[in-house]
Design a protein around this ligand. Structure first.
Ligand code: KIV
Length: 287
């Protein structure tokens, strides 16, 4: 049985334009770009088929972020994430998502060496996962790579501001707040736009800087720790549903999944120890 067929079809959303029982068509890169300055774009990370299916009902874009190294695999940062990790989780998310644009992150070491190496690895990601675009961190210095990929059929979402893959050169995860550093980020935004990026994630910057970039570039800006005036927002799904204990300033917890899961595991353990689970209703009867 395929993963897709194990996912409930009951929750399929109704397309308001087409009537009951129909689904909105899949968001494409041009559709996404057309939302610049319009209805805010709803984006979340996803690493698994079932979470993708849940988010698919309401999101415009799902990002298979390299944050999966920390969130799923318990790594201390994103630097150890490999192309194989990204491909495996990308395949799962594509199986779970029917309507959203699925973007897979290029992990550290898979795109920086040359535009050609980036193309080789990004085309593997596209071919092996079926995703629609890739994301890569970097501004001015990555512009030639963004141009190389996007002119050869690989849509690229850029990622500027706080770039987690640069943590060693930046001395950690540092938000860009100091006005003396703003020009560099504006240059990065304009460079990735000119290179053909279809959108740009702006992470961890002062809100007025994100507002300025949003006003000055013609591609959608997607904020994380940026500003409500960006063209869209993205959060890590597990942060947003309250599954991770650390809550950075830019995260709003919309749920309390960690507490719910701890309570469920605790009750299960109690019932197993008391032999009250499985109950009569959970056991097969003799035929
Ligand atoms: O890896 C990731 O999840 C990201 C988003 C937080 C933008 O890059």
């Amino acid at each position: 049985m395929s993963t897709r067929s194990t996912i409930s079809k009951k929750a399929a959303i109704t397309d308001p334009d087409q009537g009951p029982g129909t689904r909105r068509k899949r968001m494409t890169v041009p559709d996404f770009m057309a939302r610049k300055g319009g209805e805010p774009l709803v984006c979340l990370t996803s690493y698994t088929a079932h979470v993708a299916h849940i988010c698919d009902q309401v999101c415009d874009l799902l990002l298979v972020g390299d944050s999966l190294g920390m969130v799923i695999h318990g790594m201390p940062n994103t630097l150890g994430v490999t192309l194989e990790h990204m491909i495996m989780h990308g395949q799962a998310v594509v199986r779970g998502a029917d309507k959203t644009l699925v973007v897979v992150d290029m992990p550290f070491g898979s795109f920086e060496e040359s535009p050609q190496a980036a193309f080789r690895n990004a085309s593997r990601v596209i071919k092996e996962t079926g995703c629609h675009a890739v994301k890569l961190e970097g501004g001015v210095e990555m512009a030639p790579t963004i141009q190389y990929l996007s002119r050869r059929g690989i849509p690229v979402m850029a990622h500027i501001g706080l770039m987690p893959q640069a943590m060693n050169t930046m001395g950690g995860f540092k938000a860009v707040r100091d006005e003396a550093l703003w020009d560099r980020v504006i240059e990065d935004a304009k460079a990735v736009e000119a290179a053909g990026a279809f959108a740009v994630v702006i992470e961890g910057v002062a809100a007025p800087l994100a507002d300025r970039i949003t006003a000055e570039v013609a591609i959608p800006t997607i904020g994380i720790g940026a500003s409500a005036q960006c063209d869209g927002q993205i959060l890590v799904f597990e942060d947003m549903v309250g599954l991770l204990p650390r809550v950075p300033t830019f995260v709003k917890r919309y749920g309390a999944m960690e507490e719910m899961m701890r309570a469920a595991v605790g009750q299960y353990a109690e019932e197993v120890r008391a032999r009250s689970f499985p109950g009569d209703e959970h056991t097969y009867k003799k035929k």
